[in-house]
Design a binder for this molecule. Structure first.
Ligand code: MG
Length: 396
């Protein structure tokens, strides 16, 4: 996978969603290891100011903006500043082109939400190995994406702390030896709250995650436990285990990132301080490990690691995700589309927190699942679910 540039072994990296939380952490890891990695292309939606700084620092050959107005502005800015060695691509198609850019060996897919699907597929079809931070890609179209990866001989390395942990725990073990995957959930900012207490929570409360610094969408998903639900579906596609072999345990300290239980009753866990640079660096450098990426854990200071059963009566999104996974077909895409709309409505103060699972459930109940999960069916189901989520919101 690495290309030889000069007399150094340097891996060419493209970062899709470079201005988001994972994108910025990825660039930090790259900046700390210039002998190992080089940035080939970057992309963003419309965060042009951050992108300009990244272009100046990392000198990518290609920069793509899915917002065409922003792309045009970037083009003029580069010209005006005499920067002629960065090619600007524009629109969703431009992001897909950046994903397939020939010089890169490895593409970090860190675009938020369903918008990450087509660029990730574009990278896979161009035979780039993938560091996958965008869980919606697998939730919506896992079967199709994994099939494309096999067809093109592409590895998908997880950049989600839970899946990176499971990936590391599974290394060197036979599938038949695995009894179950155990995903840990922090429980988010509302762990221990009742349904009644949740009626009054605000957007600001929901955006205060106790352990992880993340973007707004995933932080709200973490507060509803939908994030864990999406991760159960993601784990199913990444590791090929059925829903009854994937369980969730709440672990408020976010030190144990996930575990694998084997048939003999033995459990392997991966522990580290909660910092996404760990999973990012492991994916970028796999199978090697980079020196000094994370601070050491101070076990004596931690004292306690606790584990609790998730409260699925209060946090209904987790159960909805299991239901969608069991049903299969286009239902996971519907769950995801309805969730993205509901979270957007909550962030914009249109609905309250407890309405998020209600809207998703109503949309799922109204969906006629054809049972197919090819790309066309899931894209159509995604469109349908978004429109239906808006319609259901207007009814209440
Ligand atoms: Mg995670």
């Amino acid at each position: 996978m690495p290309t030889k540039l000069g007399n150094r072994m340097q891996r060419g990296i493209t970062v899709l969603g470079s201005t988001g939380s994972i994108g910025r952490s990825t660039l930090e890891v790259i900046a700390g290891n210039p002998d190992k990695f080089k940035v080939c292309a970057i992309s963003a939606n419309n965060s042009i100011e951050v992108l300009k700084e990244q272009i100046l620092q990392f000198k990518p050959d290609v920069a793509a903006l899915s917002d065409e107005v922003a792309a045009n502005e970037l083009y003029k800015w580069l010209k005006g500043n005499g920067i002629n060695n960065c090619h600007v691509l524009s629109g969703p198609q431009g992001v897909c082109e950046a994903a397939a850019y020939a010089e890169a060996d490895f593409v970090v897919s860190a675009i938020v939400g369903a918008a990450g699907l087509l660029p990730t597929l574009s990278a896979i079809r161009a035979k780039k190995h993938i560091g996958l931070a965008n869980k919606e890609t697998l939730v919506m179209a896992g079967a199709a994406v994994i099939a494309e990866a096999h067809k093109h001989g592409v590895k998908i390395l997880p950049i989600d702390s839970e899946h990176s942990a499971i990936f590391q725990c599974l290394e060197g073990h036979e599938r038949a030896a695995v009894k179950r995957l155990i995903l840990t959930a922090s429980g988010g900012p509302f762990f221990g709250k009742t349904l009644k207490e949740l009626e009054l929570v605000t957007k600001a409360d929901a955006l205060k995650h106790p352990n992880w610094e993340m973007g707004a969408k995933i932080t709200i998903d973490s507060a509803t436990l939908m994030n864990k639900g999406l991760e159960v579906i993601e784990a199913h596609h990444l590791f090929g285990f059925s829903h009854d072999k994937i369980s969730v345990v709440v672990h408020p300290q976010s030190i144990v990132h996930s575990m694998v239980e084997f048939v003999d009753g033995s459990v392997l866990a991966e522990l580290s301080v909660p910092d996404m640079k760990g999973p990012i660096a492991y994916a970028l450098s796999y199978p090697e490990r980079i020196n000094g990426v994370l601070k050491s854990i101070n076990l004596e200071e931690l004292c306690t690691l606790s584990f609790h059963k998730p409260d699925t009566e209060t946090f209904k999104c987790l159960g909805l995700a299991y239901e969608a996974l069991k049903e299969g077909g286009t239902m996971p895409a519907v769950l995801n589309g309805a969730n993205e709309v509901a979270v957007g409505l909550f962030i914009n103060d249109v609905i309250n927190f407890n309405m998020i699972p209600d809207i998703i459930k109503e949309v799922m109940d109204a969906h006629e699942n054809g049972g197919t999960c090819d790309l066309e069916s899931v894209s159509e189901a995604d469109r349908w679910a978004r429109a239906m989520a808006v319609e259901k919101t207007m009814e209440v």
